[in-house]
Design a protein around this ligand. Structure first.
Ligand code: F0G
Length: 477
């Protein structure tokens, strides 16, 4: 099966829309594109952390696919129908209907974004001393598990940590690792299995339906609920449709619904799949969890019929949920990401394979083999990419991994990556050509890139605000 993914031929799938409104780049952004000295000043001032750049200093922004999607005319029309009543907004009921129809869960608690739903879920379900198994980690999910007193445990398959493995379902759970954890700590110490769709940190990689049904059986046997991170659910569903025998004829909508049916609840950042700039939710089938979450959302977010969102935001998300499951939409979205990946693979630039659903990930260990992990090769590569081209990506390596809360030691992940996340419906294939050319140029001069020293970090989620200095005086000598 691995070989078949490797041998797939790339073919363009044009997107199912045309562009009616465009966002003009500012004069500052165009200057940045043309002027290396300005970029050098900007990245130095930002402490060599692309998170600390101002948008005016960025030419092509691939920092994230979160909240950076272009909404449709239909969604913008919905924004005008925002019912801004404090309680019982019409738009809440439209959102509830969309979640019930597409995801299939009974109960909905809206939140302003994904991590707010993760916070509420973790505080309700976790007791100090618990262990939470995860298929790899996402930064915010893990931090909320740890803040609630749990130990995060990785039960992803080994291939997920190997950027060169062509395994078609790197998001799969290793059931033996999970069984071993259950034996070790006992099922009563495992409040839930945390399962992420299209695992972000593994490179945007899906789990298979086969793995999910086996996981369901194991978890049911031990009465452990499965709580999905459905942030990129439809991209996972699309890969199942394309790669998994028996699912080729189902629609993405059917597959997404089927995935949810094997889980007990979900937290979602609507800023990805659901094609909005802000929004998220928790949904579940368990009345008790729902009642507790509804009580808690009032304390942290807002009333349970808006959860920190304006009525118009809920309407845009409700409409985005119907748009996101259109087969043609998902296929063209993932295809654009694969287009960029394909150009880089052709030029033999080291990237994570298979190309993921939302982003292309540069493999910094192979790109910059001369920089040891203690000198943050991924951070250096993301800074160098900006310096040489004005393109903004994001470090996904040792800086993002942070420190072990028990020992205070820096975690040393196997994956040292730079993520180039593609916003949905925002950029064209010409932009992707430009990005590929810039990266290929950078690859040719890779020996001149030097490592970084960290000079400031925060206690949690340090990658957002950490600051660095080139270890050898200059970033690119
Ligand atoms: N889960 C996953 C898989 C995510 O990728 C994110 C956000 C969240 C949860 C949290 O959602 O941002 O709405 O609070 N990921 C962004 C990214 C930040 O760039 O990948 P949020």
């Amino acid at each position: 099966m691995n070989e078949s993914v490797k041998q797939e031929r790339f073919q363009i799938i044009p997107p199912p829309y045309r562009i009616k409104v465009v966002e003009l780049l500012s004069k500052e952004q165009m200057d940045i594109a043309d002027n290396r000295q300005k970029r050098e000043e900007a990245i130095k001032k930002a402490g060599y952390n692309t998170f600390l750049l101002k948008e005016d200093q960025v030419y092509i922004d691939l920092l994230t696919d979160s909240g950076t999607n272009a909404m449709s005319d239909n969604q913008w029309a919905g924004m005008m129908l925002g019912d801004e009543a404090y309680a019982g907004s019409k738009n809440f009921y439209n959102l509830e209907k969309a979640v019930r129809e597409i995801y299939g869960y009974k109960y909905l608690v809206p939140t302003h974004q994904g991590r707010a739903a993760e916070h509420i879920m973790s505080q309700i379900l976790i007791k100090p001393g618990d262990s939470v198994p995860n298929n790899m980690y996402f930064t915010t999910r893990r931090v909320h598990q740890e803040l609630a007193g749990a130990t995060w445990v990785d039960v992803s398959i080994d291939e997920a940590h190997d950027p060169q493995s062509w395994h078609p379902f790197k998001g799969n759970v290793d059931l033996e690792k999970l069984e071993a954890l259950i034996q070790e700590v006992g099922p009563e110490k495992i409040p839930y299995m945390s399962l992420e769709a299209n695992v972000n940190m593994a490179g945007g990689q899906p789990f298979s339906m086969e793995n999910l049904t086996a996981l369901r059986a194991l978890c049911s046997k031990h009465e452990i609920p499965i709580m999905l991170d459905g942030t990129r659910l439809v991209e996972n569903a699309y890969f199942i449709q394309r790669r998994e025998t028996g699912h080729e004829k189902k629609s993405v909508r059917q597959i997404a619904r089927e995935i949810c049916s094997y889980t007990d609840g979900v937290t979602v950042s609507g800023k990805k799949d659901a094609l909005v700039n802000i929004g998220g939710f928790l949904a579940c089938n368990d009345k008790k969890l729902f009642v507790e979450a509804r009580a808690m959302v009032v304390v942290f977010e807002g009333l349970h019929t808006y959860g920190g969102l304006a009525g118009r935001d809920m309407e845009a998300m409700a409409r985005g949920i119907y748009e996101m499951v259109q087969d043609r939409h998902v296929a063209a979205r993932v295809n654009q990401v694969e287009y960029l990946g394909h150009l880089l693979l052709q030029a033999r630039v080291p990237v994570v394979v298979p190309i993921g659903g939302h982003a292309v990930f540069l493999d910094a260990r192979r790109f910059l083999p001369h920089i040891p992990q203690e000198r943050y090769p991924s951070q250096a590569l993301s800074a160098a990419l900006y310096l040489e081209s004005g393109i903004r990506g994001m470090e996904r390596g040792m800086v993002s991994s942070g420190r072990d809360p028990a020992t205070g030691e820096e975690r040393k992940p196997r994956l040292e990556l730079v993520r180039l996340a593609i916003p949905r419906r925002g950029y064209t294939h010409t932009d992707m050509d430009f990005v590929a050319q810039a990266i290929i140029r950078l690859y040719r001069m890779r020996k001149r890139i030097s490592g970084l020293k960290m000079v400031y970090e925060t206690e949690r989620l340090r990658f957002f605000q950490a600051r660095f200095r080139p270890a050898g005086g200059r970033l690119t000598g």
